[in-house]
Design a protein around this ligand. Sequence first.
Ligand code: BTN
Length: 287
Amino acid sequence: MAPTGNESLTVPSEDCRRAGGEVSYEQELTSSIDTVWIGKPLHFFETLDSTNLRAKLEAEAGAESGTLIVADEQTAGRGRRGRGWESPKGKNVYFTLLLRPNIKPDRASMLTLVMALAVAQGIERTCQLSPQIKWPNDIVLNGKKICGILTEMSLELESIAYVVIGVGINVELQNFSDQVRATATCLREAIVTSVNRAKLIAEILKSFEELCACFLKTCDMSILREDYITRLVNQDRQVRVLDPKGEYIGTARGINDRGELLVELEDGRMEVVYAGEVSVRGLYGYT
Ligand code: BTN
C-alpha cells in the first residue's frame, strides 16, 4: 500500500488479531465477502480517524474501484452537513466503498440512493427486519434512524476521479446523547439475537454489486425506482421541505428517475426536490 501520510492515526489490524483461535472481525469479513469486485481489496483497521478520509487517501494513491475500508472504531467519524458521527469501538458498522464510475458527475448522487437500498436489503437478509428509507439516504427502523450514508466525490476536469460512499450503522445499544436518542435507534433494539457485523457488511456489498449493475445500465434510478419507493418511509405522507430559499409543506409522491423527491403541493403542483442543500422532515417529527 502506498504511504498516505496518515499512518499515525491508524493501527494495522495485524497487530490486533485476537489470540486463542477466536475468529477476528477482519478474518470473518474476509471469509464472508462473496462478490466479484465490490469490497476488493479490503483494508481493515481496528482504529481509524474516518473510513471516508482513509478511502480518499487511498484513492489519491491510486487505489482501484471496489476498494473497501472497514474500521472497528472511528475517532473522528464524519456525518453529513459537517456533523460528526459517533463511532465507538466494537459496537457498530463503519465502512467506506471507493468507486471510479464511468458516469457524469451529476449522476453520482444517485449512488447514495443505490447504497441506501443495498443497506436496507442487507439488513433485511441478515436480521429479518424490514427497514425503510427516509429520502434520500437515511435507513430507518420504527421511525428512527439506524444508518447514515456520506458520499463524497472528487472531480478531474469534467469527469469523476472517484466517489467514496461511507456507511455507518448503529448495531449495538449505545449512549446516544438525548438529542440523538430522539431520532436514532440501533439494530439490537429491534432484534433479540446479536448481529454479526461481518455477515451484515457482506450482504450489503452483495446487494450493492447487483443494484449498482442495474443502475449502471441506465445511469439513473429507472430500474430501481419501484424498489426504492416501496421502502420510502415518506411515501404519501406530509413532509416539511427545508429549502434554503423557503420552507414548504407537501405530500411525498415517490422519486423520479434521477432520484429526486416528488412533493405534491396543496394546489396539486409537483415540486421536484434535489438532495443537495435541502432536508426533508416529517410534519410531526423525524419521519
Ligand atoms: C449522516 O450524517 O447521516 C452520514 C453519516 C455517515 C457515517 C459514516 S461511518 C463510516 C463513514 N466514515 C465516516 O467518517 N462517515 C461515514
